[in-house]
Design a protein around this ligand. Sequence first.
Ligand code: G6Q
Length: 543
Amino acid sequence: MADNSKSLTNLPEWKALEAHYAKVGKTHLRELFAADPKRGEKFAVEAAGIYFDYSKHRVTSGTVNHLCDLAEASGLRGRIEAMFTGEKINLTEGRAVLHTALRTPKGATVTVDGENVVPHVHAVLEKMEKFSEKVRTGEWKGHTGKAIRNIVNIGIGGSDLGPVMAYEALKSYSQRGLTFRFVSNVDGADFAEAVLDLDPAETLVIVASKTFTTQETMTNAETARDWALKALKDRAAIAKHFVAVSTNAARVSEFGIDTANMFGFWDWVGGRYSMFSAIGLSTMIAIGPKHFREMLAGAHEMDEHYRTAPFEENIPALMGLLGIWNNNFLGAQAIAVLPYEQYLKRFPAYLQQLTMESNGKRVTLDGRAVDYQTSQIYWGEPGTNGQHSFYQLIHQGTKLIPCDFIAFSKTAHALGRHHDLLMANVFAQAEALAFGKTADELKKEGVKDWLVPHKTFEGNRPSTTMLLDELTPEALGRLVALYEHSVFTQGAVWQIGPFDQWGVELGKALAGRIAPELEAAAEPELRHDSSTNALIRRYRGRR
Ligand code: G6Q
């Protein structure tokens, strides 16, 4: 018999939150702000370069205390130490979880299976630096003697979303003479469009795959190899135009890439936690080793904050716990991530994987089905674009969607009024969501009675505003580490394992089974359900 006494919903701290919710859950943000003129400053924390204003959440100081008690009761403090010190907390895969070691300064010690991994991390970083500099300065020549001008990163999931997000985010730091393209989808259109205007003689392909077996990546890599060889007409060209980022040296050399041009990482770096490892090679080539190191330093600063700050002042812990309050008590099943920074346009897509692949789980670490909600649904778009699109639902729809607003005091492009207008919008949206507009206010403005219900905004929509100084490499490192640790906080409280992804593995296996049935010359015997069988037959008949 499973021991349910430790089940989350049986914890006294959980029950205390339920009782607390019954008392304060319906209080409107208007009342909370009216009751305390200093609320806006009281419910804000500043650390690691992030001003984190959570005053527009439906919480009192009692709520925060109860949530921190829950975190303590869940053993979060011990879980954090277990992660940072290399315990094998990824139980279902028997692995340590040490993306934090990727940004640990030289000289530190982090041990896995009796070995200090930090020197290995720095050895790979130094190898990446040497290579990046050669490409950036034009010293690295292609097969015909031309310098490299284009970098194509081929990878998917964790081997794509971080690199493409970081490249876009830090474009203003990138070497503009180099062109970067990211190919992930097995849909041939992705590769074809990415290389349409590129000269193979000036192109470097980075094949980024932890396992070097992923169907999409290997298919794209083979197509890229054919594309390059068609133009360069010499297998020796591969050594100049292809490098690999992987943990699988045997497969890399089987593919034809010289393992001298392979940048390694380790099984204790999860795909979606890998952008600070060699998977970030494209980022380093784009922004240069110095800026890459700054990004690592920013993430490390957030790591230290998470590891040491008391929960009530700990930004990742608070972010995770507020998510639990909104999700498990207020019933908010989604979160909108709304960066008011065009360069962060791929940040929501990156976070979708980080959050939902990590905490989209339905059983606890010891295999019990949960009887509470786990990961929220994350999605978003940069502001102000989203305001002219889905914000309507957030303001006046029937669903409660808490928002993460992310904004910066300085811009890389100080053009006229643009930045002040951008910032006016982000502040105004958070204000409107919290306070809304009442029927009385509308009537006083002379709005006709019949229109009043349509123009009424209930308000009481929670949001966080994160204000940073400027989108630097350091700031990006801090932001990514913040969300990573928020995910960890939630996983610990929900008692689930954030570091496996059996759903992804299922997809990999299923596609492998059907592909031969589509490609077989003779009509194959199909043993799927009647719908899948009919779809396969129809496709075979019409392709
Ligand atoms: C990430 C997932 C998944 C993975 C891709 C690519 O956490 O495991 O998104 O990153 O499936 O895997 P490879 O890097 O092995 O090609």
